[in-house]
Write a protein that binds this ligand. Structure first.
Ligand code: HEM
Length: 154
């Protein structure tokens, strides 16, 4: 009887894999930025610290469009998306499949001043988490590459 009950377990595992439960097995270079930043824990810690800083930054909060879009119930999910995106770009084992940066920030009217404030928050997070200068600059460069897609008000 118990065996009959357990018979559905492999099916459940297959279903979970089909729903994205299976880990992505992309090859990871041991010297890539993702690994040098501490792998998944390092990337998640950075995303967490950066988003927390953005959400309490008066320069960022001055933008009322942003205030409306930054719903507290979405924050855990946004942190995951940012972790996956930056991990992907830094050579990690995940593939980001969320919205493009242009799409995700459309209509937020992010300006250059807010972009610079965000970079300051990123640098503050890198410092707090004691990321070495070289890795910090490489991380900032990944983010800088998105400026053109996120800043709408030039
Ligand atoms: C001044 C700079 C930025 C501001 C103010 C900002 C703000 C926001 C806000 C408010 C959302 C929530 C949108 C919504 O739920 O409708 C969001 C989503 C997101 N942002 Fe940013 N962001 C900035 C820069 C960045 C950068 C540099 C990255 C890349 C590391 C990034 C990655 C994302 C991602 C992945 C999402 C989630 C997209 C999705 O819904 O799938 N953002 N951002």
């Amino acid at each position: 009887m118990i065996l009959k009950k357990l018979a559905f377990l492999p099916l459940l595992a297959l279903l979970a894999a089909g729903c994205g439960g299976a880990p992505d097995r992309k090859d990871v270079d041991p010297n890539c930025l993702y690994m040098r930043l501490g792998g998944l824990n390092g990337m998640a810690a950075l995303s967490d610290e950066i988003v927390n800083r953005l959400l309490t930054d008066p320069e960022i909060l001055a933008n009322t469009q942003l205030q409306m879009r930054a719903k507290p119930e979405n924050v855990p999910g946004i942190k995951v998306q940012i972790t996956v995106l930056l991990s992907d770009l830094a050579g990690g084992p995940f593939t980001y499949s969320g919205k493009s940066m242009k799409e995700a920030h459309e209509g937020m009217a992010v300006d250059e001043k807010q972009w610079e404030a965000m970079l300051k928050d990123v640098r503050g997070a890198l410092e707090k988490l004691k990321v070495p200068a070289k890795e910090g600059e490489e991380f900032v460069a990944l983010i800088e590459a998105m400026r053109g897609d996120i800043v709408e008000v030039k």
